[in-house]
Design a protein around this ligand. Sequence first.
Ligand code: SF4
Length: 456
Amino acid sequence: MCAIIGIAGTAETTDAGALAVEGLHMLQHRGHEASGIATMDEKGPHAMGGLGLVATIFNQDVDVPTELPGRVAIGHNRYSTVGKDERNSHLIQPIAGWYRGAPFFLAHNGNITNCKELGELVDEKRRISSVDSELVVRLIEQGGGASFEEDLVAVLQKLDGGFAFLILYRNEIYAARDPRGNRPLEMGVRDEDGVIVFASETCDFETLGARWKASVEPGTIIHVKQDGRIATRSFASAPLRRCIFEEIYFKAPASQHNETTSEFTLRYGIGIEMERASPVPGADYVVPVRDSGEAFALGFAWSRKSGIYYPTIFRNHYIGRTFILPSQNERAVAVGRKHIGSVLDLAGKSIVLVDDSLVRGTTSSKLIERIRKMGVREVHFRVAMSRIEHVCYYGMDWPTRDELIAPDKSDEQIAAEIGADSIAFSELGMLKKAVGGNPNSWCDACVTGNHWHKAA
Ligand code: SF4
């Protein structure tokens, strides 16, 4: 999953680029491999981007208002991928295109699943990468419809998979979301001056002085015009398949889950249910794997029947980026080192380690190995996400099924493999009840194997 942000300013707005930088900072947890921003003003387009964190690219030497002037901006953070071969400039978005004599830019979160079929519609010589987002840009470029919007709609109707797009064209922004609502896209407004903000989640609205206004509805385009008017248009409909893993892992705790509940509160409640389902009587401490395990661990400790919340394992935020390491094993070792605890707190204790999810298991094994060396007596692992046994085709950069730890293993076998005394995963029915709405409206393909794209 990646992050996208869009700023549609008013006539008085001069700092859309700077607002986009702020917004991308807040969304950094969704992607830190590459970051980029594009703006437009009367002189034309302006774009900047690179591999790495927002703070690395838009650093103190960059005069953002000069480099990225304009009242409209879109930005993108890319999630880290596996393998250094993929770390090239083609991963930097927004991607530039050219439509009837004018430039446009596109930022994409998600994954298009029918690239092979779409690739046959594009002249291979015009492509510079194998990135699915570029394919969308090339398709828009070659559209022969009555207008940019008509060609955009025609392309969107051809796509399968999960996607949220922000597109910048002629000082206007188009925000589009896939018909199944698999990828999130939210809209906020700044009341003092009418600036419209689009973002993958709501956590940065407050930082930008905005408030949440609405979700971009699945299968619709929101077009913010130069005069500030907003037009909404439906381009397709399909049964909803919202990503449940977004709610468990990807979104920041400060984002909203829905109109009445924050992500933090949602996860706290799930933690309470996790303890009810799989208690650990006699445990001393409930310890989160930071940062994303915190809210679940607090909930898990709520009854105090399975230990008290005692977050004795800390995360070193200054150890550097681990995604630049080429192999998964090297990354796992480095991630294991990111977590530190004290033998004074842990020796002789029985702890419940609470994490958001278990994918390959390598990171968790390294962490448990480290805390075992501190003399922990028992480690009971509790996982907020249900067992991930299948590949995600819709935007999560997970490995092949063979690399996942859970398929074809019992809980006892998984616990033994990561070095835990016991393990328990959330039951999918409980998670669906917690996130609310129609249970069938949530994508759970990585848990059940019920993939929904056309070629599945
Ligand atoms: Fe989300 Fe899993 Fe569905 Fe992928 S397969 S979209 S991670 S719920």
